[in-house]
Write a protein of this length. Structure first.
Length: 305
């Protein structure tokens, strides 16, 4: 009795098909044994097992020598195709960089400065130029909901709490400094105690402000007097440079303006708050090869599919 297709593919020993392929290509059990350096009885047993699995006779051995039956020729052709597919696996893997296509949607916090992240994207594009990379700016608390809705593939942001249904791979620590512009009365001064700035008007960043930074401000009584507000760091920096108020800005983001004299750091570095930034992915997101290859390029080991 012939086996059903689903049961056969599920239960067959694939090594039997490989052995039969060698026998058919060699033109006999004895020749296959010499080519594979295996004993003839072992090959004969494997052939009988495959014939039992299929419920047909695959070959005849007699005065005319080794000969495939009609069923044997059909199975031999199938094994030849399987062998060709398996033989081409290394080549296909080697050509994978040329084949990867698709789209990766990323959300990042405002004015992110991270050489590791930038270098990974540049290298990824060099290797996979057919992949379209979409990057959008958002507040840190919008990333998790977007991932859970499968609106995006990757988020890069800080996180107040780490959800069990998302993967958080550490990227870098973002240090926040307190700055003022050239026209501000405190320009050129440096303070050891953050509380010394409690009476100053601040430019706040609203929902874009990390929880760690909010707690730091609250602890030292900073930002009680609001002079300006923008959830985009570029605009918050603009207001600060114009002398509207003091503002917390990521140190790496503010560095070029500090060097140019447009911003002045008011607190010593030891007093500055620090926020970890993560590469965030959804554990249950649909499989996306391009996403996984970009994550590998960034150097994180995500559990996402």
């Amino acid at each position: 009795m012939l086996p059903s297709a689903p049961n056969f593919s599920r239960n067959v020993d694939w090594n039997l098909l490989k052995t039969f392929h060698e026998i058919a290509e060699a033109g006999g059990v004895s020749r296959a044994g010499r080519a594979l350096r295996r004993k003839q009885p072992a090959l004969s047993l494997a052939l009988k097992r495959l014939e039992a699995e299929l419920g047909v006779t695959l070959c005849r051995r007699g005065p005319r020598g080794f000969e495939l039956t009609d069923e044997g020729m059909l199975v031999a052709e199938t094994c030849r195709s399987l062998n060709s597919l398996v033989r081409n696996v290394p080549k296909r893997l080697g050509n994978l960089t040329e084949e990867v296509r698709g789209r990766i949607s990323i959300q990042v916090i405002s004015s992110l400065v991270c050489e590791r992240f930038d270098a990974a994207i540049a290298r990824f594009h060099e290797l996979h130029p057919k992949v379209e990379i979409l990057i959008d700016i958002t507040t840190w608390d919008s990333v998790a909901p977007a991932l859970l809705r499968d609106d995006i593939d990757i988020g890069v942001a800080s996180a107040e709490t780490l959800r069990s249904d998302l993967n958080y791979d550490f990227l870098f620590d973002e240090v926040h400094g307190t700055y003022c512009g050239p026209s501000h009365a405190l320009y050129g001064k440096t303070f050891d105690d953050p509380s010394a700035l409690s009476g100053q008007a601040f430019v706040l960043t609203g929902a874009d402000e990390p929880g760690v930074l909010t707690a730091y401000r609250t602890r030292h009584g900073l930002g009680l007097q609001v002079a300006g507000l923008s959830e985009h760091l570029d605009e918050a920096k603009r207001l600060t440079i114009l002398g509207i108020g003091i503002c917390f800005l990521p140190e790496a983001f503010a560095a070029p303006d500090v060097e140019a004299g447009r911003l002045w750091p008011l607190l010593r570095r030891a007093e500055q708050p620090c926020t970890p930034v993560f590469v965030i992915t959804n554990q249950r997101a649909p499989c996306n090869l391009a996403r996984q290859m970009l994550l590998a390029q960034i150097g994180v080991l995500s559990g996402a599919n």
